[in-house]
Design a protein around this ligand. Structure first.
Ligand SMILES: C[S@@+](CC[C@H](N)C(=O)[O-])C[C@H]1O[C@@H](n2cnc3c(N)ncnc32)[C@H](O)[C@@H]1O
Length: 294
């Protein structure tokens, strides 16, 4: 900061943020002031924000499901709407584990391998910062968590967010880096894939368009390219009765449902007006039971 510049008071920061188009200038000023270790750093952070860097990249973290998720510059910022996917996923795991956890061991075994285990096997595919996986661990307690992403910057971030809670993070294309031993064992596969149609990328706000990587946003011509690859291989990785969950837009629901149905999964759609979120839950049919002998 120049020695002649006005001191960076709260009201100066608010005025600068407001002039730069920040709608929640007061809240942002409070967060920046509390995050900056010293006045010189505060000046740099305000300049970055005024220049259009997403607030979360300036702070180094995003709030998600009540957690502080580390988010480095260049990594997709977890969206509030994705909290709906986490809620749906956590409810499914609780529903499956609830009665089984309370049951005696023989009853647990009779409930089938996916349910009889004490710890659900959860995969956070296309994990970005690892926000979904971290939130699931926080919501469910100990689970076997595996996360993967193709972007090395995202993987570094995810390791910070999920490794402390016992999750493992892999780098590579979709399922390719996951341990082969997970095939047929995954109870919950959360895949917040990129789903913006290529032609619509230009309509995104600059914070996303300029500061988030294309690989995190671009879903191909109809936005379903990555989903098609995830869905096609999902039956190989899901346990019988296991679920694939992904976010989509309302407009993409028919195509998304058809995609998972083609892979042999049974789809249902959940939506939240409050969070403006749509999630498809695609379930691998449980193993067929033997017909009763008359
Ligand atoms: C929409 S972001 C979601 C990130 C995170 N799950 C979240 O909800 O905040 C999509 C992520 O998918 C990753 N990705 C895109 N294509 C991929 C691929 N072929 N294999 C693995 N990850 C991929 C991107 O790097 C990005 O981190």
């Amino acid at each position: 900061m120049s020695p002649y510049a006005a001191p960076l008071t709260r009201s100066v920061i608010v005025t600068r943020l407001r002039a730069a188009g920040c709608v929640f200038a007061e809240d942002e000023a409070r967060l920046l002031i509390s995050a900056a270790p010293a006045p010189a750093e505060l000046a740099v952070m305000v300049d970055q924000r005024v220049a259009g860097l997403p607030l979360e990249h300036v702070l180094g973290w995003a709030e998600f499901c009540g957690l502080r998720i580390a988010v480095d510059p260049g990594v997709f910022v977890p969206r509030r709407r994705t909290e709906f996917l986490v809620r749906q996923a956590a409810a499914l795991v609780r529903q499956a584990a609830g009665p089984v956890r309370q049951a005696a061991a023989p009853a647990r075994q009779a409930a089938g391998p996916a349910l009889a285990r004490q710890r659900a096997v959860v995969v956070d595919l296309c994990c970005g910062s690892g926000a979904v996986g971290a939130a699931l661990i926080a919501a469910l307690g100990p689970v076997e968590l595996y996360a993967a992403d193709i972007d090395p910057a995202a993987v570094r971030c995810a390791r910070r967010n999920v490794a402390a809670a016992g999750g493992q993070v892999y780098e590579g294309d979709l399922y390719e880096p996951l341990p082969a031993a997970l095939r047929g064992r995954v109870d919950l596969l959360a895949a917040n894939v990129p789903y913006v149609p290529t032609d619509e990328l230009g309509l995104l706000p600059p914070e996303a368009r300029v500061h988030e990587p294309l690989v995190a946003l671009d879903g191909g011509a109809d936005g379903l390219d990555v989903l098609r690859r995830v869905a096609a291989a999902a039956p190989l990785w899901l346990a019988p009765g296991g679920h694939l969950l992904f976010e989509t837009s309302e407009r993409q629901v028919p195509g998304a449902v058809e995609t998972v149905a083609r892979a042999g999964l049974i789809a249902r759609v959940a939506s939240s007006d409050e969070l403006n979120a749509t999630v498809v839950i695609a379930t691998r049919p449980a193993r067929r039971t033997q017909p009763a002998v008359p």
